[in-house]
Design a protein around this ligand. Sequence first.
Ligand code: 26Q
Length: 793
Amino acid sequence: MKNSKELLKTKIENQVEILFNKSLDEANALEIYQGLSNVLLETISKDWLKTRKRYETEKQAFYFSAEFLMGRALGNNLINLGLDKEVKEVLEEIGFDLNSVEAAEEDAGLGNGGLGRLAACFMDSLVTLNLPGQGYGIKYKNGIFKQKIVDGFQVETPETWLKYGDVWTISRPSEEVVVEFGDGKVRAVPYDMPVIGYGTKNVNTLRLWKAKSINELNLKAFNDQKYDEALKEVNRAEDISRILYPNDSTNEGKKLRLKQQYFFTSASLQDIIRKFKNIHGTDFKKLPEFVSIQLNDTHPVIAIPELMRILCDVEGLLWKEAWAIVEKTFAYTNHTILSEALEKWWIGLYEEVVPRIFQITERIHFQFLDLLEKKYPKDRARRERMSIIQGDLIHMAWLAIYGSFATNGVAALHTDILKHIELKEWYELFPERFLNKTNGITQRRWLLEANPELSKLITELIGDKWITDFSQMKNLEKYATDKRVINRFLEIKSEKKKQLAQFIEETQGIKVNPESIFDIQIKRLHEYKRQLLNIFHILDLYYRLKKNPTMKIHPVTYIFGAKSAPGYMRAKGTIRLINEVAQIINNDVEIKDMIKVVFMENYNVSSAQFLFPAADISEQISTAGKEASGTGNMKFMINGALTFGTLDGANVEIVEEAGVENNYIFGLKVGEIEELKKKGYNPKTPYKEIEGLKRVVDSLIDGSLDDEGTGLYKELYDSLLKGASWHEPDQYFVLEDFEDFRKTQEKINKEFTDRETWGKKAWINISNGGKFSSDRTIDEYAKEIWKITSQKI
Ligand code: 26Q
């Protein structure tokens, strides 16, 4: 009898033979990765099948999302299966290091940022809680672009995660469906990714659709040697799932984007209805008893008229019957209040792409107008504001609220702003539909996998229940006054900082001091997130140090990671600015390494796993009211970083849990911003009056800095002091919040040197992170929205 390690080795050996015709000693890390991944698939295949069968007859929740930012699968799956130790040892025997095998995997970067990563964390929690449900999305050939920094500028290059094939997505050609557009049909081919839970045998599914043409090749054209023509239809169809739109804040209204949305929602609904009919026949009244569909922002909202089409046109239900079903099936999550991000489709385009869906959307619109007229007779102004079709635009958020039974925000403050400001009239009309579901993250990836050192300490102290019950973290709090524990935490933090320092040196070629404060801002680049405020402060600190070389500060390393939407010039200007300031400061010998600035190229899920555990300070500095929740803030918190932030999004709840005295809160609050706006905000006031601020802002235009003639810095300058046709100057209150930012940074710098007190504060944050597990969030969705229950196989 072979022992299990030998058996595992033989299995890997077999897979490498099958896939590559190589023996283990000839294989490289990528080949070992693929072989090993196939072994894991084989290990779970029976349970995957069992899970599917178990769920078939139960009520299920389907998460419709244009984005799933999964990152790498192997490491996470090994941990969740409890195979990480054994595999590590086996790989060592054959001369491989598990980390480098894991690093051979490309990130599945099928998302932009928070919304896509939230969907990925939700998948992990769903299965770990044994909940019957499934994700539905698009199998983009190219995920979020790869960011290169060239002369300080962001350059986008295509992301090619499927270059060597993807072991984790398996095609199910027998379940393909056809999606019909105004200009013809395409096939939607499903690819299933297993979602493996922790401490359970359940395996859930993420189903991603790939677009294919109905006809393989136009043979006639081919024979006539018109090769482009021969492949035209093929390419046109495959374009639909070719690329993820890298915009996460401006709504562009592009035709292909609308096609993507209809493509995956139509395919998913057809899939759901087919399976429903297999079990329940055509008793569609029962649909809401067995199916809940969560719409991740407005991107999949076209599913609402599409389900009407399927029920009425295909299944022959009456409009009224169908509407009663639709209204009970969908729920909608809002992730933003930025008006420029709200999706509106031009009716001409919509009608061209999906003519039948346009008719149905119009009918829904008129039906809604009737309802408004009954409720608020002759209130024309209200009708104008709330119309689903406004002028020649279809307002997808309005369609979502009207066509669903629940609308939720993603943090308490955000939901309050929706209910009382942004969606005030909708809340008045449908008060029972509005709910809050504060976001969460999976502690399995963001603590257990990313920070095994801290995980080990936690388990030593409170056992390992926290891995699936994060409320257990509270049991750590009693060690806050235990010097030995706090010292061990500080040693671990120091180790994670050394690891990050090494990673930074390898990838960015910058040497950083692990003893310095690691102050990290990693998130998409956007004006409202105020990376500009951060870099302004760094520049000010630099100028002050130059003027006063004997000024005493604790050395600090400012780390940024951020992708900008390719066409967002102010964001790109900010990236270039950060890189230029980094160059200047890092190369100035007079600064004697007191400050270092690092811009991490191509920030993604994998590099995030290095960054969060190594942070001392978590920068969460958005203009109050603008960040719906944030989820990076939670990843920092549970790894023992202190939040330096505004009272925005989930920051509010973080300090509610961990104590404002254990974090650093600064800046204007939502109410103060409202007031200031009413009073009239003039950014010239802080610009002139706050010491040093003018010097910093003027650097953009006085020759201190050089944007190589692009005009990007002048544009930034104007955005602050002049405004533009579409906004007031400094609409995100960068200049107004500068002084408090600086004061609070000074406080941080002083307090960091008291290591014991700092360690204690960090520890209290870790101990109070329990609320921010996506297990808690998903449990709330399951009980209060989806009404699904655990189905353990
Ligand atoms: C819209 C129209 C056209 C093209 C693209 C888009 C688009 C794509 C992505 C619009 C928005 C997004 C992503 C939004 C997002 O990530 N929002 C974040 O969601 C997180 C999870 O709820 C929150 O924590 C963040 O606060 C929120 O910014």
